[in-house]
Design a protein around this ligand. Structure first.
Ligand code: F6R
Length: 366
């Protein structure tokens, strides 16, 4: 049942190329240069007239929501707020009939997310669900939606659900950008082409596994980890830290790289491993200077870099390469080494990777 892998988590990490392909299949029609998603098409007016989009979710799904915020605002120019479902529902939020609420949930059963959408519906908002489990409570409660086609996710730590959520949300953002005219047809085509290449690039990123295992061995006894990223890869830093915490029980924090100097830099010494997502992107130079700051304080740098990068390679203690892609799609690649790093560390520490202590696959209590 684990298909030859030691754990479901590892199997599910390796299933991502297929899961992402399954998620865009039938939706991304490259030859016709269109994106076809019935749930979006049927409700196009609602999306286009929305004052804003509110995304609600918990945990890893909330991180996917943060990535979506960047892509929706960047490409479709629609204001987005991303909320923890548990905070949103209890703080008397301002919701109107002109709001679109997107709920993201792998299980479709998370109690706080479900309660948040019920509340938003009662105030007249249009609710769109992004779920993995077909027929789940959140899928049924939503006005419309789009499934991720990740297949069953058994490992408690979410992996393929996360990357397929990003896939679905990117497709929606692109579709809306096209409808609004905020993306040119040539850029739109470029995105479709690149999206189609993502599964093979994920496959390529997975090839770093043996090297990641070596790095894991070096740092497995660290008491703390920091994860840093900027822009599209800030949420990936949060997700990397969450993965490590939940399965290896090592304390880890994710931070926007530029926030480091406002506090966390005080933590840095020769015992602190810092994972820095430093792929070629708009703020690459700034991330490089963050790396220099870490280095001068003797922190240990594990850089996630774009294939062929020499600058960070020179500065970092270790580097893990991922293929080049459009920045907005890069979270689909940079997430992979972070999943593998947490997996290997947890296995080396003898932890129960698929069923970490105190955690449940679906959180149906509030
Ligand atoms: C992390 C993890 C949890 C879930 C969260 C939301 O690996 O699995 O943080 O992401 O409980 O669950 P869903 O997506 O089912 O609503």
């Amino acid at each position: 049942e684990k298909g030859g892998y030691d754990h479901f988590m590892l199997k599910e990490i390796h299933e991502q190329p297929k899961a992402i392909t399954d998620t865009y299949r039938g939706r991304l029609l490259r030859d016709e240069a269109i994106i076809k998603m019935a749930g979006v098409e049927d409700n196009m007016k609602k999306f286009l007239n929305a004052n804003r989009i509110i995304i609600v979710a918990c945990g890893t799904s909330w991180h996917a929501g943060l990535v979506a915020e960047y892509i929706f605002e960047d490409l479709a120019r629609i204001p987005v707020e991303v909320e923890y479902a548990s905070e949103f529902r209890y703080r008397n939020p301002v919701i109107t009939e002109n709001d679109v609420l997107i709920a993201i949930s792998q299980s479709g059963e998370t109690a706080d997310t479900l309660a948040a959408i019920k509340m938003a519906k009662s105030k007249g908002a249009f609710v769109f669900g992004v779920c993995n489990v077909v027929g789940s409570s959140i899928a049924r409660e939503s006005d419309a939606g789009a499934y991720t086609h990740a297949g069953p996710e058994i490992g408690v730590a979410s992996t393929k659900a996360f990357t397929t959520q990003i896939t679905v949300l990117s497709l929606i953002a692109l579709r809306l950008a096209r409808a609004k005219g905020t993306i040119s047809s040539s850029d739109f085509r470029r995105y479709l082409l690149e999206m189609e290449l993502i599964p093979e690039k994920v496959e390529k990123a997975l090839e770093a596994d043996a090297h990641i295992k070596e790095v894991s061995h070096i740092y497995k006894n660290a008491a703390n980890f920091l994860y840093l990223g900027r822009g599209y890869n800030f949420p990936v830093a949060l997700e990397g830290a969450l993965k490590l915490k939940e399965i290896s029980y090592i304390h880890a924090e994710g931070y926007p790289a530029a926030e480091m100097k406002h506090g966390p830099i005080a933590l840095i010494d020769e015992n602190m491993p810092i994972v820095v997502i430093a792929t070629k992107a708009e703020h690459y130079d700034k991330v490089v200077s963050n790396i220099q700051e870490i280095k001068s304080r003797k922190g240990k740098i594990i850089g996630v870099i774009t294939e062929g990068d020499t600058v960070v390679r020179e500065l970092a203690d270790h580097v893990i390469e991922v293929p080049e892609t459009i920045e907005a799609l890069s979270p689909l690649l940079t997430t992979i080494p972070l999943q593998l790093l947490s997996y290997h560390i947890a296995v080396m520490l003898g932890k129960n990777v698929d069923q970490p202590r105190n955690l449940a696959k679906s959180v149906t209590v509030e």
